[in-house]
Design a protein around this ligand. Structure first.
Ligand code: AHG
Ligand code: MN
Ligand code: MN
Length: 323
């Protein structure tokens, strides 16, 4: 099996970008190790603090953030980084050629129940000159690479550099990510959906109608039965879709009407949208393509509908009929 670095070289990826992916991979190996230590290392549970978004930080959110931040800044490759767990951007050396945004630990409510979590990252080429929040506010279609590491029964890195999507499994005996799925492809049709059904009463009408129709199964307007899954970690739900198809959505809801959604554009929706599109799927807000959104803030939220192309189109039709 081929090592991550040799696959990237073979694909003709820029050597600094290869180096950067390698640094991210190294930080994630360390996060993986800490996760596996669990209670033995005293890393479970919450801190006393909240992040800038008013969410309680888990100890592992903070540990993962620090590991990534330290290794990325130390690499000399990163002009600045943005993280779910940092209020503002963190500048790096002027020599840095890349801007990196990340969710250090996605699905962190799963940590204390020993369920799947992951690290999500998004990479842009930095422009010359001063760096500020403004430097990060570019549409997702400009990402030069995006991916995640999912920590489950096996640990995998799933990556795109704009030439499709590949999966690498971490061989813990040699500490290398080895290519295990060379061409990830999502079927255009599906009979599996992922949504937090407990929020049903808060959704907008088009989402209510769409899910109602799925739930009616073979007897309803869709004429087929649908299965449901929800891991409560976007990274794991998206991973399932890249493995066996499906549609995932976290829509706008009335609990926080001023927010476009729960998930964050820069380090959750955009990198996942690039992966999904590169695997032949679609990623939308319900009304527009996620990768075309012009960001206004680094922590901005967005409604997300992604996965099987025909199913995402169907959701967009429900939204169009509403207007
Ligand atoms: P994070 O742990 O980084 O804050 O993200 C959690 C997100 C996402 O991963 C997941 O899909 C969603 O929150 C789960 O939300 P519910 O708890 O509402 O199901
Ligand atoms: Mn997250
Ligand atoms: Mn997180």
């Amino acid at each position: 099996m081929q090592r991550l670095v040799s696959v990237l070289r073979q694909d003709g990826v820029d050597k600094d970008l290869i180096h950067l992916v390698n640094v991210l991979g190294a930080a994630c190996k360390e996060i993986n190790f800490r996760l596996h230590q669990g209670a033995l290392a005293g890393v479970l549970g919450s801190t006393q603090d909240e992040n800038v978004q008013g969410e309680v930080q888990k100890k592992l959110d903070v540990i993962s953030n620090t590991l990534l931040k330290d290794l990325l800044l130390d690499s000399g490759l990163v002009r600045a980084l943005a993280s779910e767990e940092e209020d503002d951007i963190v500048p790096g050396p002027e020599s840095g050629q890349f801007l990196v945004s990340f969710d250090p630990l996605d699905g962190s409510s799963n940590i204390d129940i020993n369920a799947m979590v992951g690290t999500i990252f998004s990479i842009y080429k930095a422009e010359a000159g001063e760096v500020s929040q403004q430097s990060f506010l570019r549409p997702g279609r400009e990402q030069v690479a995006a991916g995640y590491v999912v920590y489950g029964p096996a640990t995998l890195m799933v990556l795109t550099t704009g030439q499709g999507v590949k999966m690498y499994t971490l061989d813990q005996t040699i500490g290398e990510y080895l290519l295990t799925v060379p061409h990830v492809k999502i079927n255009s049709d599906t009979q599996e959906f992922a949504i937090n059904m407990s929020n049903q009463r808060h959704w907008a009408k088009p989402m209510q109608d769409y899910i109602d129709d799925l739930l009616q199964g073979a007897e309803g307007p869709r004429g087929k039965n649908f299965n449901m899954r929800w891991v409560a970690a976007m990274v794991a739900d998206v991973h399932r879709i890249l493995c066996r198809g499906g549609i995932f959505t976290y829509p706008w809801d009335r609990r926080a009407p001023e927010k476009a959604g729960k998930l964050r554009l820069m380090y959750e929706a955009n990198p996942m949208a690039l992966l999904i599109e590169q695997a032949g799927g679609k990623a939308s807000t319900g009304t527009e393509r996620i990768l075309d959104i012009q960001p206004e803030q680094i922590h901005q939220r967005v409604a997300v509908v992604l996965g099987a192309a025909n199913e995402v189109d169907t959701v967009e039709q429900y939204y169009r009929h509403q207007r």
